[in-house]
Write a protein that binds this ligand. Structure first.
Ligand SMILES: Cc1cc2nc3c(=O)[nH]c(=O)nc-3n(C[C@H](O)[C@H](O)[C@H](O)COP(=O)(O)O)c2cc1C
Length: 205
């Protein structure tokens, strides 16, 4: 009987430790408020620190929790993580090149037009495909905040060469290319740009 109990305990222990090992989710390193206040647009990256595909997958999985118009999920991501693709994208971000040259991962974000803001093919209101851009921004917001929670840094780049990126990643015509996003580790401490006073941007009635 004793032997049987010991064997049972051993199996239970294996099951527990086995589950823990399988779980690939990384431990967030900062609280949510710290995520908000320490996230910055980083324009200088630490060349010695790499990011794995598994980590990028975890990051992009977090973006899938973002809300979207009628759950259309129009956002797509094209991830440059191999050295040749990263080098290619570096040449497609104009004046941002020097800022992101040591970032190990560069991500291009698009959205599929005609989904968010539409019902049965008809535009629902005056915003039209603007809702696709809205959903894309929400998704990107999840990305940059989750990145910070994982200890990474990002730079959203609106300055980028749409045609070159479309060609590099075979991005279909029905997708609008939005931001390129650099992902890496900060090389130094970035400064926080001033924010407008709250009463300039919020009115209470
Ligand atoms: C849509 C968008 C496009 C941006 N494009 C660039 C860019 O091309 N290059 C750059 O250095 N920063 C770019 N930024 C970063 C902003 O300059 C930055 O978010 C702003 O100055 C506030 O700084 P913070 O992000 O550190 O809070 C962009 C940000 C957004 C949201």
């Amino acid at each position: 009987m004793k032997k049987l109990l010991a064997f049972g305990a051993f199996v239970a222990l294996l099951a527990v430790t086995g589950c823990q090992e399988k779980k690939e989710v990384s431990k967030d390193v900062v609280s949510f408020d710290e995520v908000l206040t320490t996230r910055r647009s980083v324009r200088s990256y630490d060349a010695s620190k790499k990011i794995s595909e598994a980590e990028v997958r975890e990051l992009l999985t977090a973006t899938q929790e973002a809300p979207s118009w009628a759950n259309q999920q129009p956002t797509k991501y094209y991830v440059a993580i191999s050295p040749d693709k990263v080098a290619a994208v570096q040449d497609m971000v104009g004046g941002n090149k020097d800022r992101i040259k040591e970032a190990p991962v560069l991500i291009v974000s698009t959205f599929e037009r005609g989904k968010s803001g539409f019902f049965q093919g008809n535009q629902t209101n005056e915003v039209g495909d603007g809702w696709g851009a809205y959903d894309n921004g929400l998704s990107n917001c999840y990305l940059i905040l989750k990145a910070r929670a994982m200890g990474f840094d990002t730079l959203i780049m609106g300055m980028r060469d749409t045609d070159a990126l479309r060609k590099l990643f075979n991005i279909p015509d029905n997708e609008t290319v939005m931001a390129a996003i650099a992902l890496g580790y900060r090389a130094g401490e970035p400064t926080r740009p001033e924010r407008r006073p709250l009463d300039d941007i919020a009115k209470f009635y």
